[in-house]
Design a binder for this molecule. Structure first.
Ligand code: PMT
Length: 279
C-alpha cells in the first residue's frame, strides 16, 4: 500500500514484481538522505537477512507447519511502582531457540520478559513482566501449539504485597515477605493432560550443584519430555553470556553431554531433538 502513494512508474514496477512472485521488504519510514522524513529508507540489513532466512525456511523446513512456543528472559516481580525482583537472564538462549525453530520452518510465538534483545524476524512476540503474566500467556499460547520450549528464568517467589506507592527510605529498611509463584510447567502439564497439547514440552534447569540429580528431579516433577540441564556455576555458560554448556536429559535415554557451544548452536541441537521427539 505504501507504493500506491508513490510515483506511477514505481507503483507499476512494484506491481510487475508482485506479479512475478517477488517478496518485497521495506521501504521503511524515517530520515532520508534528502533530509526529508518519509517512506523510502532501505530496511536494516538485520531485517533483510531475517526476511531471507524466513523465506528459505518456510519452503521446506523440517518443522514447517508446526507451532512452537518459546519463553525467554527473567521475570520481574514488582515490589512497588519503581522496584522489582528479577534475575540475571538476558533472554539470549530463548531468542536463539526462537531463531532455530524459525529456521526449521516452525511458526514461533515468543513469550518474553527480556529487554534489549532484538527478536528474530517472523516470531510473534508476547511481552510479559511477571511470572503470573508469563503463566497466563503460555497457557493460552500452548493450547494450539505442538511444542513448548521453556528457557525463561521464572521467579519462584514474588513479594506478597505490592506497595501502591514508592517505598520511602524514611520508613526504615522494609521487610519484604515473599509468596510462591505458580509453577508454569506444572500448570502446562495439567492442561496438557486434559487437552492433549502441546505434544512436546522441553524445560531447562539452571543449577549450581548436583546438575544431573537436580535436573532429573525437575524432568519428573514437571512432566517434561526433555530437560536441558544448564550448569550456571561457570563464567562462560548460563546467564547473559553468548556461550552455554548443557546436558540433555530424557527419562528413557542416557544423558547427552554437549561441549561448550554458542547459544545458537545449543539451540539448533535442542530443536534437532524436538524434531525427533515429534516424529
Ligand atoms: O537468558 P540467558 O541469559 O541466555 O540465560 C539462559 C538461562 C540460563 C536462563 C537458560 O539457559 C536456563 O537455564 N533457563 C531456566 C532457568 C530457570 O529458571 O531454571 P529453574 O531450574 O529455576 O527452572 C526449571 C524450569 O521450570 C525452567 O524451564 C523454568 O522456566 C521453569 N519454571 C520455573 C519456575 C516457575 N515458577 N515456573 C516454571 O515453569
Amino acid at each position: 500500500d505504501v507504493y500506491k502513494r508513490q510515483h506511477p512508474a514505481t507503483a507499476a514496477n512494484v506491481a510487475t514484481l508482485n506479479e512475478r512472485g517477488a517478496v518485497l521488504v521495506g521501504p521503511e519510514e524515517g530520515h532520508l538522505a534528502s533530509g526529508l522524513v518519509a517512506v523510502g529508507r532501505m530496511s536494516e540489513p538485520a531485517r533483510l537477512l531475517g526476511e531471507v532466512r524466513l523465506l528459505l525456511s518456510r519452503q521446506n523446513g523440517p518443522l514447517a507447519g508446526r507451532k512452537i512456543v518459546v519463553t525467554a528472559g527473567g521475570t520481574r516481580e514488582a515490589i512497588d511502582p519503581v522496584r522489582y525482583l528479577t534475575n540475571r537472564s538476558s533472554g539470549k538462549q530463548g531468542y536463539a531457540l526462537a531463531q532455530a525453530a524459525l529456521d526449521a520452518g516452525a511458526e514461533v510465538t515468543l513469550v518474553s520478559s527480556a529487554v534489549g534483545v532484538a527478536p528474530p524476524t517472523g516470531a510473534t512476540v508476547i511481552a510479559v513482566d511477571s511470572a503470573q503474566e508469563m503463566a497466563d500467556a503460555v497457557l493460552a499460547a500452548v493450547r494450539d501449539a505442538d511444542v513448548l520450549l521453556m528457557a525463561a528464568a521464572v521467579a519462584d517467589f514474588r513479594p506478597a504485597q505490592v506497595s501502591q506507592q514508592k517505598i520511602k527510605k524514611e520508613g526504615g529498611a522494609p521487610v519484604i515477605e515473599l509468596t510462591p509463584n505458580p509453577d508454569i510447567l506444572q500448570l502446562v502439564w495439567k492442561q496438557r493432560e486434559a487437552e492433549g497439547s502441546p505434544q512436546v514440552v522441553v524445560g531447562f534447569a539452571a543449577e549450581t550443584q548436583d546438575l544431573l540429580a537436580n535436573a532429573g528431579g525437575k524432568l519428573t516433577r514437571k512432566g517434561l519430555d526433555l530437560i536441558v540441564a544448564n550448569n550456571v556455576s561457570q563464567a562462560d555458560a548460563g546467564f547473559a553470556v553468548d556461550t552455554n554448556r548443557v546436558t540433555l536429559l530424557r527419562a528413557d535415554a542416557e544423558p547427552e553431554i554437549l561441549p561448550l557451544m554458542g547459544k545458537n548452536a545449543v539451540a539448533e541441537e535442542i530443536v534437532g531433538r524436538v524434531e525427533l521427539l515429534l516424529a
